[in-house]
Design a protein around this ligand. Structure first.
Ligand SMILES: Nc1ncnc2c1ncn2[C@@H]1O[C@H](COP(=O)(O)OP(=O)(O)OP(=O)(O)O)[C@@H](O)[C@H]1O
Ligand SMILES: [Mg+2]
Length: 302
């Protein structure tokens, strides 16, 4: 079971869109997938067409009222969902009076270690709260979701610093990967940024960039993953390519520990090795090459 947390303290960078549609793509590839909504905004839950009344939610799982298996709801696209509601914010208050509240999700998932091939955790836009702490304790991989817009590199580096701090406090480290989203090929900045991200993250960056597409906004509004609403769309292709990369990468996992092990030459964690550069100079240096080099897949908005 591979557990991936989709993180970035920046709001609106595509965490939920990536988690929901990657869940759909992995499921379409025959994987058993669980998506856990860990955000009181409940965008993943709403984006899969669920309006929760009396169904169990992730709050119930965290409070050990139900097991993860008992809490799953069917999501369109054939995967399992553990839903959230705005009531999850109440759990954050309760957690202040608990001992070790950041361990709760990991312990709950350990009760069903073989139920799913992939567990995807959609995190809120903050990395310092108890919900993100639960996600990072449970995860074997933190996937940093980076919007290909202005100041994205600086934001990503700040996020890596925060993740580094969290990882140092944990006895069980997680691997780091990064994915670029909202990639608009018509934007010169997007190309420059893609090159800078490659320079920064190397093999930890997924080759697939998720393109900006009105299809994905329509999917969220319709409460469906793209594989259900627009299976032949370029967006569905993006997520299929991302799922395929993830499958390839996780095939190299260590069976004894269930941990994702990077290939020879790859960095286990970005913070183990000095960065190529930590400054905006990367962006400046990369700019002249941007005209000739295409590091990112993708085309214009469709
Ligand atoms: N590739 C994309 N193309 C077009 N729109 C997108 C894309 N990715 C995300 N969006 C839209 O951008 C908005 C923010 O996306 P999303 O909710 O996935 O971000 P988030 O990081 O989860 O936000 P939050 O931090 O608030 O949880 C949504 O309206 C979503 O539909
Ligand atoms: Mg979100």
């Amino acid at each position: 079971m591979h557990v991936l947390a989709f993180v970035n303290q920046k709001g609106g960078c595509g965490k939920t869109t990536t988690a929901v549609n990657l869940a759909g793509a992995l499921s379409a590839r025959g994987e058993r997938v669980l998506l856990v909504d860990l955000d009181p905004q409940a965008h993943a839950t709403l984006g899969l067409g669920w309006a929760i009344l009396h169904e169990p939610t992730v709050s119930d799982v965290l409070r050990d009222r139900v097991t993860p298996r008992e809490a799953v709801l069917p999501a369109p696209g054939g995967f399992d969902l553990i839903a959230a509601t705005s009531g999850l914010a109440h759990f954050e208050e309760l957690a202040e009076r608990m001992i070790g509240p950041e361990q709760l999700l990991r312990r709950a998932l350990e009760r069903s270690p073989t139920a799913w091939d992939f567990v995807l955790l959609d995190c809120p836009p903050r990395t310092d709260g108890v919900l993100a702490a639960n996600a990072l304790r449970a995860a074997d991989t933190a996937v940093l979701v980076i919007e290909c817009g202005t100041f994205a590199l600086q934001g990503a580096l700040k996020a890596v610093d925060v993740l580094e701090e969290v990882a140092e406090r944990q006895e069980r480290p997680f691997a780091l990967r990064a994915v670029g989203t909202l990639f608009d090929r018509r934007e010169p900045l997007a190309h420059e940024l893609a090159i800078a991200l490659h320079a920064q993250f190397g093999p930890l960056l997924f080759d697939t960039f998720v393109r900006t597409s009105s299809t994905l906004r329509a999917c969220a509004a319709a409460g469906l993953p793209v594989q259900v609403l627009e299976p032949a769309s370029p967006s569905a292709q993006d997520f299929d390519a991302l799922a395929e990369e993830l499958q390839r990468w996780t095939r190299r996992s260590t069976p004894e520990t269930n941990r994702v092990e990077p290939a020879r030459g790859e960095r286990a964690r970005a913070w183990d090795t000095p960065y190529v550069s930590r400054s905006a100079a990367v962006l400046a240096a990369a700019a002249p090459r941007a005209r000739n080099t295409q590091h990112a897949r993708g085309s214009t908005e469709h």
